[in-house]
Write a protein that binds this ligand. Structure first.
Ligand code: SF4
Length: 216
């Protein structure tokens, strides 16, 4: 790899790394100068097992299983039984249905809502003008560290994220002890489909470039 140029796989249309022949790879290809053995050395034995299970689920369910089904397949093949579900209060109905599906298929579910702890945004130091319910005396902060603590203390073997906000998901991931996978991410505008503006980039998605930051 050319260390003077940052990797830019996004600009590499041909992606020769998929074929195993890197003779046409660009100079800043991160595959150059790294042997397959060196790449694999980055994985612990447990990581290799995880990578194999993930690849097998991908193969067995390719374009056939939904993400919820893939998560159940992955969980069962990993030998996990106790699942943590960290969800957004705004997706309470979805969390209830998901937990019902998981429990109905033999998994134990421990769940924690983002508003757990019932701590006010005032107490966190968020000014009223930056709160959603400005006129009300109390607005609960999202508490992803609390969600992680609940799931950590319960000894969950795998945590599922459902609809956490940008940044709150970061804090959950930082504080969680179990491995994590994502069921869905939060995108209030697109029905939780953040790729919608990417798919429509040539039409409605144009406003992203240049994007006018609302915080300025
Ligand atoms: S060939 Fe190299 S630069 Fe191209 S996508 Fe693969 S890793 Fe990235």
């Amino acid at each position: 790899m050319n260390n003077h140029l940052p990797a830019a796989c996004d600009a590499c249309a041909a992606k020769p790394c998929r074929s195993g022949d890197l003779s046409t790879a660009p100079k800043n290809c991160p595959s150059l100068g790294v042997s397959p053995e060196e790449s694999l050395a980055r994985y612990s034995q447990e990581d290799r097992r995880t990578a194999c299970i993930a690849a097998e689920v991908e193969c067995d369910g390719y374009c056939r299983l939904t993400r919820v089904e893939e998560i159940m397949e992955y969980t069962r093949r990993c030998g996990y039984r106790k699942l943590g579900l960290a969800f957004c209060a705004g997706l309470s109905k979805e969390a209830g249905i998901l937990a019902r599906i998981l429990r109905g298929n033999g998994f134990e579910v421990v769940s924690a809502c983002c508003k757990n702890g019932s701590v006010s945004k005032d107490q966190l130091g968020i000014p009223k003008e930056k709160q959603l319910k400005r006129g009300e005396a109390f607005e609960a902060m999202c508490n992803p560290a609390g969600q992680a603590a609940v799931l950590n203390e319960a000894g969950c073997e795998l945590d599922l994220l459902l609809g956490l906000c940008v940044g709150h998901d970061t804090l959950f991931i930082k504080n969680a002890e179990a491995p994590i996978t994502v069921v869905a991410v939060k995108d209030r505008v697109t029905g939780h489909n953040p790729l919608a503006p990417i798919y429509t980039f040539d039409s409605y998605g144009k406003r992203l470039l240049p994007y006018r930051f609302v915080g300025e």
